[in-house]
Design a binder for this molecule. Structure first.
Ligand SMILES: [Zn+2]
Length: 345
């Protein structure tokens, strides 16, 4: 706008340039001819610009503040998942692993299990691991014979079947020899999200093993490097459902709901530290605790807990080095924060 807009304009006062337009106090004045003189017109109200309709705002999730003890659950989950995505970068699915499949396994099951395995294997491409061996079947007899034939075993060495005492249920487990066993007794005609998470869950255990140097003793009872069960299982659970969503087999939150939010086992509030066994259910509460760790210090530092527990000589020292918190401080924060985590609520 011209400099003239700064000065006072009164209708009828003289102006200098014919047809010049000026906006002053929300009126548009034009320099017109009146007799021999040039004067400002009486002015026309300027229409205010029609406001562009405000687009419906996408719900904004507040960023999660590390180790916050008062937050929105969505911000916790989003921060954990974003951090996991950032760690992975662009994942190239990788089928460099051995897999034995029982003939009776349906092609559709072979397909989704393969997608989960390929993507998980690609996700951990930067972690030095022994080549994975996967056994996928529908029966414990097949599992027993095939593993024996390969000269390997997983689970109780005196058990009737690998990872199964009586063969009445599915068996999913990971061996310290970088072996994953997946026995689904029935073909998956439903989208059972818990079952869908199992390939990534078990491969995650083999990553834990590799980070601890494939040293089974370190996971044994009483060993100073032993990782509490809530963290072993909770982190594998987190990763299993994370991968279900990445591969497009379901949503992370649905998986979390089944194990964490809607789990009646957590209605009775017990400290996280007591979930260090399989008598209490370490999976769901451990998953929430894992989200809290990842959201606070990042996915790589979750992995570092395992790595540093190996290198620092103890879980306590490894946890401190990876997270910046003493384990006791972490437990205190978790208990303060847990009411915002939708655990069994
Ligand atoms: Zn597990």
């Amino acid at each position: 706008m011209s400099a003239i807009s700064a000065q006072r304009i009164t209708p009828g006062s003289t102006c200098k340039v014919l047809k010049q337009k000026v906006v002053y106090q929300n009126k548009s004045f034009t320099c017109i001819k009146s007799g021999k003189k040039l004067v400002w017109s009486k002015g026309v109200a300027v229409k205010k610009a029609t406001p562009t309709p405000t687009p419906t705002p996408t719900p904004r999730v507040e960023p999660f503040v590390p180790w916050s003890t008062n937050f929105d659950i969505d911000s916790l989950i989003k921060s954990a998942i974003d951090s996991t995505d950032a760690y992975a970068g662009v994942v190239r699915p990788d089928n460099f692993y051995d897999i034995s499949v029982q003939n009776s396994v349906m092609e559709s099951d072979r397909k989704w299990v393969g997608e989960m395995l390929d993507y998980t294997n690609g996700f951990f491409s930067t972690i030095d691991r022994v080549k994975l061996r996967v056994f996928l079947g529908n029966s414990h007899e097949w599992s027993k014979e095939t593993l024996r034939g390969a000269g390997v075993w997983v689970g109780d060495p005196n058990g009737k079947y690998p990872c199964s005492a009586d063969g009445s249920q599915d068996a999913y487990c990971a061996g310290y020899n970088n072996l994953v066993l997946l026995i689904y007794l029935n073909p998956l005609r439903t989208g059972d999200i818990g079952k869908r998470s199992t390939p990534a869950h078990e491969v995650f255990h083999t990553v834990q093993h590799s980070l601890m140097g494939y040293n089974a003793q370190r996971f044994g009872p009483g060993h100073p490097q032993r990782i509490p069960t809530w963290l072993m299982e909770g982190s594998a659970n987190y990763f299993g459902f994370y991968m279900v969503e990445k591969v497009g087999l379901g949503s992370y939150v649905n998986g979390r709901d089944t194990q964490v939010r809607l789990n009646p086992e957590y209605r009775n509030i017990m400290p996280l530290s007591t979930y260090d066994n399989y008598q209490t259910n370490p999976y769901g509460i451990g998953q929430a605790a894992t989200e809290y760790i990842i959201a606070s210090v990042g996915f790589e530092n979750l992995l570092n807990i395992f790595k540093f527990s190996g290198t620092e000589g103890s879980f306590l020292a490894g946890f401190k080095k990876a997270t910046g918190l003493e384990l006791s401080e972490f437990y205190l924060k978790f208990e303060k924060a847990r009411k915002f985590m939708q655990i069994g609520s």
